[in-house]
Design a protein around this ligand. Structure first.
Ligand SMILES: *Cc1c(COP(=O)(O)O)cnc(C)c1O
Length: 457
């Protein structure tokens, strides 16, 4: 039995892919066994979800005849199983650290499959990127000088992108304005050891309209680069594709009716991640490709006409539906007449939005341990972690449970794969790191878990 807890009349049930819904509804005894065995919280991964997400984007690109390079933004989740799934499906990886690079290499990625778009690369990271001829997105003229004065190979030209800071991102510390891009091109022209592959940007926010505007600026720079004698082959539009963890209308209705009393803090957070996007990632990409960037010329027309590869680095959108997190309830404590706090084994470091002064706006699912049906009235509660920090709260939002939760029950958060379950995880109080396992179907259809380590995926 699974029970949805919610705000009465404004609930936010998670959208679940069928494989996950089945486990929660029909195999919940397995879930209890797994938590008993591996501890709480338990992070479960479905790597094939990432491959389905990739396929949906590729279908759109193929429909428009677009040459493309899809790189999975690896920082979204620490799972090697997801890296492996991306590589197996023929995608590349966007690595933002020496450690992500090494993991991708150990899983078989060669330099052609790697791009490094992060802003603050160290000399050691540059060195290993160069050693495998991975594509480097240069964030600034300063980074370019570091490369030129550093360990460039004398025998092969190092491919680089230049990261543009579009005018609508004026306050960003990432990327560089058009004049600095031109300056970098002048430097590259004097330097035989670098090859200018094209332009890159990655924007805040999730609007395809902003990407279309940035593409217009990038197109101007592509034209200028051609006039300078370069032959750029790529425009890279970064990540930030939308996701839909909850129904868009339910999400909007929830936002519209929120009140300070809905939160134990007495305050509605100032901003929320758009968990109920109007567009799926694939629909978003379709809109972008059909956007006009010149007279009668769409993004798709432009990319084809210029013979460019359209690159992108989705993180969250590829991890959509790829993971859930199960927390075991330790204690349900009455706080007042009709309010409770539910303590879980685990912490807000594994469902971490409250640390960003926001809230993970999807409802957790209660899975009661086997017991006689409770006749208790609905219970209002917020969720707290097992640490002694007052701020260790998974949900400041008051949740209404149709049946009183009890110690030993499980609370499951869907869609924790994207910057949620492991961004802040740590060993506070010396609790061990949460286990992360891959869920697979065996030959007879039985569900099994397998290790999600770099050695075993
Ligand atoms: C984080 C990041 C991404 C991925 O962003 P998502 O919102 O997860 O798609 C892509 N590119 C760069 C440069 C990033 O910093």
């Amino acid at each position: 039995m699974t029970l949805h807890c919610h705000k009465l009349g404004a609930d936010l049930p998670p959208i679940l892919r069928s494989q996950i819904a089945e486990v929660l509804a029909q195999e919940s005894s397995l879930l209890f066994d797994w938590v008993a065995r591996y501890g709480s919280p338990l992070n479960l991964i479905w790597p094939e979800a990432l491959q389905e997400n990739l396929a949906a984007l590729r279908d759109v690109l193929a429909d428009h005849g677009i040459e493309h390079a899809l790189y999975y933004g690896a920082k979204v989740n620490k799972s090697p199983g997801l890296l492996w799934a991306a590589l197996r499906a023929g995608a590349g990886i966007d690595v933002s650290s020496l450690y992500e690079l090494r993991d991708a290499r150990r899983l078989g990625a060669d330099g052609l499959k790697l791009v490094a778009t992060g802003p603050a690369k160290t000399p050691a990271f540059h060195k290993e990127l160069i050693a495998c001829n991975a594509l480097i997105s240069v964030d600034s003229p300063e980074e370019l000088e570091d490369l030129i004065n550093g360990p460039l190979s004398e025998t092969s030209a190092q491919p680089v992108l230049l990261r543009l800071r579009p005018t609508n991102q004026g306050n960003s510390r990432f990327g560089m304005p058009a004049e600095a891009v031109i300056h970098c091109l002048t430097r590259i022209a004097q330097e035989g050891r670098l090859h200018f592959d094209g332009l890159h940007f990655h924007l805040n926010g999730y609007r395809w309209e902003d990407r279309a505007a940035a593409l217009r600026e990038a197109a101007d720079l592509v034209a200028q680069a051609r006039r300078m004698g370069f032959s750029p082959g790529m425009i890279d539009i970064g990540g930030g594709l939308p996701i839909r963890y909850v129904d868009q209308q339910q999400f909007q209705a929830h936002l519209a009716t929120q009140m300070p009393d809905d939160y134990r803090t007495g305050k509605v957070p100032g901003s929320f991640y758009p968990y109920g996007s109007a567009l799926s990632a694939a629909e978003w990409l379709r809109q972008l490709l059909r956007a006009e960037i010149g007279k009668g010329c769409t993004v798709a027309d432009y990319v084809a006409r210029e013979g460019l590869v359209l690159a992108m680095e989705p993180g969250r959108a590829l991890a959509d539906q790829a993971a859930i997190t199960a927390f075991r309830i330790t204690r349900v404590k009455a706080l007042g007449q009709d309010t409770h706090v539910i303590f879980v084994e685990g912490s807000s470091f594994s469902a971490c939005e409250t640390w960003f002064a926001s809230e993970f706006l999807i409802d957790p699912i209660l899975i009661p341990a086997a017991r006689s049906p409770s006749t208790s009235p609905p219970v209002r509660a917020y969720l707290a972690g097992h640490s002694c920090l007052g701020e260790d709260v998974l949900s400041n939002r008051w949740l209404t449970f149709p049946v009183a939760p009890q110690a030993g029950d499980l609370l499951v958060y869907a869609n924790t794969g994207g910057y949620q379950m492991d961004l802040l995880e740590n060993e506070f109080h010396r609790h061990p790191m949460p286990a992360r396992l891959r869920v697979m179907r065996g030959a007879e259809g039985q569900l099994t878990l397998s290790s999600d380590t770099i050695e075993e995926v």
